[in-house]
Design a protein around this ligand. Structure first.
Ligand SMILES: [Zn+2]
Length: 559
């Protein structure tokens, strides 16, 4: 293992031994530790103001981001390269009885074989080529690699044509509070210094895409996600007169059938296919058992994106709702006709009509009917729900219901809206200057490393796991307005620093260690690739972006 790899491995083990579970005091402790460690570098002794702990805005846990800036001394115009990592991990309950050893890689390695694993997993867990522990893959090894880069480039500021900006954030495994606060500090930095962010490098984990996948992946860009919701309002009836009502459960089933895992909703960009939407919750809103049919159901989906903006996703979901509604009406009429024939009674078409609105349309209609009063009612309800600390999904639903309650039109309908969170995708293309430069730097670095190591390294366009990288860029005003107009929680219970994200807007790449089973007790990182090829790809990418005549940097010293 090269010297740089040895150093990263030792640091990764050290970081893993410091528990930093999301939502605990460990997050603050590891930030303080990193601050102290970087503060010992000669560079930050000389320029202590370039290393700061930044409080996470409005954070009840008092967490902090670590920000370190190495100023390039060869800059003609200010340019900044963000090197980003999260310093938190998920919890350790999945370790069960071994919980106390979850952050003690050496002891855990001895104890893990007592747990029943598949033979292949066990072979890796016991092999010296794999390290185990909570967070060692996701993403203490990545943070260790970034710290090693800060140490490396802090010795070479005279060579740098731009600033290297290291950012360590907490709460990535929670609500991204660290990143969403940090983007405002990064925007402020741009305000003071001018220039632009040329790109962001994250070092979060990578893994195989299917069992036995021999390849290693570098991702230029990232997947996003939205949470489209459907409020289905039916017409209740007594079960004794079943055809007199429109069962909201039936409407919900058809919407679920139309949406769930429908590949025609897969978002495809550059031939890379996002997963189709999958339902996360379907719940009828009846408070107790009765012989009335259900008249309201709420249903929502996880919807991954590669290219579609919120307004486009909303339109697709609305079209699916229209289709579902029409199918239900057709089926009900067919069944009713058969029932009438069987019962020898006259058939008359049922009165139902397709009726689908976005929340934005519902709000506009109701406001026309009741005026300013509507906003007052919404704000009052929002204040009450905030005081109760209502879940963001429940908060959204309650507002939709409240607005609908005031609507004169009480016919059956489907209301399509968004609930938090929103993670923008980042699609890096050759057709904009920043994207081209980043793609070029990464492609060259990967090419060089492939020539030295025998790994099948592939560059793909979308980091497949939802991460803080999403907040390095965001859609245009128009698309965001569509999102916020149909997201009742926006500005009341949930918001994103849209202006700051637009200000820093940059393409992203994830160059991460390789391992398996993040978030499981068999979480492990492979010492091969993670401590030899990956650090070299990372270092070369930074050099390609921040050294003069990036292309001619052919120094072949070991990593
Ligand atoms: Zn992660």
């Amino acid at each position: 293992m090269p010297e740089l790899g040895e150093k990263i491995k030792a640091l990764a083990l050290e970081l893993t031994k410091m528990p930093s579970i999301v939502g605990t005091s460990g997050e603050a402790a590891i930030a303080a530790w990193l601050y102290e460690r970087l503060g010992r570098l000669d560079y930050f002794r000389r320029y202590p103001e370039r290393l700061v702990l930044l409080p996470v805005r409005g954070d009840r846990l008092g967490r902090q981001n670590v920000l370190a800036v190495i100023r390039g001394e060869k800059c003609s115009a200010p340019r900044h390269l963000l090197c980003l990592g999260h310093i938190d991990t998920v919890g350790t309950d999945d370790y069960g009885e071994l919980r106390d050893y979850a952050t003690d890689p050496a002891t855990l390695k001895e104890k893990l074989p007592a747990v029943k694993f598949a033979a292949e997993t066990l072979a890796e867990l016991t092999s010296p080529d794999w390290l185990v522990g909570r967070g060692i893959l996701d993403m203490k090894t990545g943070v260790a690699a970034l710290v090693a880069m800060v140490e490396e480039f802090s010795r070479r500021p005279g060579e740098l044509t731009g600033n290297l900006v290291f950012l360590g954030v907490p709460d990535e495994e929670g609500n991204s509070a660290g990143m969403l606060s940090a983007v405002q500090d990064l925007a402020a930095l741009l305000g003071e210094e001018g220039g632009e962010f040329i790109g962001a490098i994250d070092t979060d984990y990578t893994t195989g895409r299917y069992p036995g996948d021999p390849r290693r992946y570098v991702y230029v860009g990232t997947t996003g996600k939205l949470l489209p919701c459907f409020y289905l309002y039916g017409e209740e009836t007594h079960v004794g007169e079943a055809f007199n009502g429109l069962d909201a459960n039936l409407l919900a089933s058809e919407v679920l059938y139309q949406m769930d895992l429908s590949t025609d909703l897969c978002d495809i960009a550059d031939g890379e296919v996002a997963l189709p939407p999958v339902s996360l919750s379907q719940r009828d809103l009846k408070a107790a058992y009765s012989v009335q049919t259900a008249n309201a159901v709420n249903l929502y989906f996880n919807y991954p994106t590669h290219a579609s903006q919120p307004d486009e996703v909303l339109a697709k979901c609305k079209a699916k709702a229209v289709q579902a509604f029409a199918n239900v009406i057709k089926r009900l009429n067919e069944e009713y006709e058969k029932y009438c024939a069987l019962s020898a009674i006259p058939f008359r078409r049922l009165p139902w009509e397709v009726n689908v609105l976005t929340y934005e349309e519902l709000y506009r209609n109701v406001r026309q009917e009741v005026g300013d009063e509507l906003d007052r009612v919404i704000e009052e309800l929002a204040a009450k729900l905030r005081a109760e600390n209502a879940d963001e999904r429940e908060f959204s639903l309650a507002i939709v219901q409240e607005v609908h309650n005031r609507y004169a039109d009480k016919n059956s309908k489907i209301i399509v809206y968004f609930a938090p969170p929103y993670y923008p995708h980042i699609y890096v293309k050759d057709d904009d200057a920043k994207g081209r430069v980043l793609l070029g730097a990464v492609t060259k670095a990967v090419g060089d490393v492939k020539a030295r190591y025998d790994y099948d390294i592939v560059i793909k366009k979308f980091y497949p796991y939802i991460s803080d990288l999403s907040y390095c860029s965001i859609a245009n005003e128009q698309s965001i307005a569509r999102l916020t107009g149909s997201m009742p929680a926006w500005g009341r219970r949930y918001t994103l620093p849209v202006g700051a994200i637009q200000a820093i807007g940059m393409p992203v790449v994830n160059i991460g260690p390789y391992g398996r089973d993040a978030h499981k007790l068999s979480e492990r990182v492979s010492t091969r690739y993670s401590f030899d090829a990956m650090p070299l790809i990372l270092k070369k990418t930074i050099e390609n972006l921040l050294l003069d005549g990036s292309g001619n940097n052919n120094k072949e010293e070991g990593p």
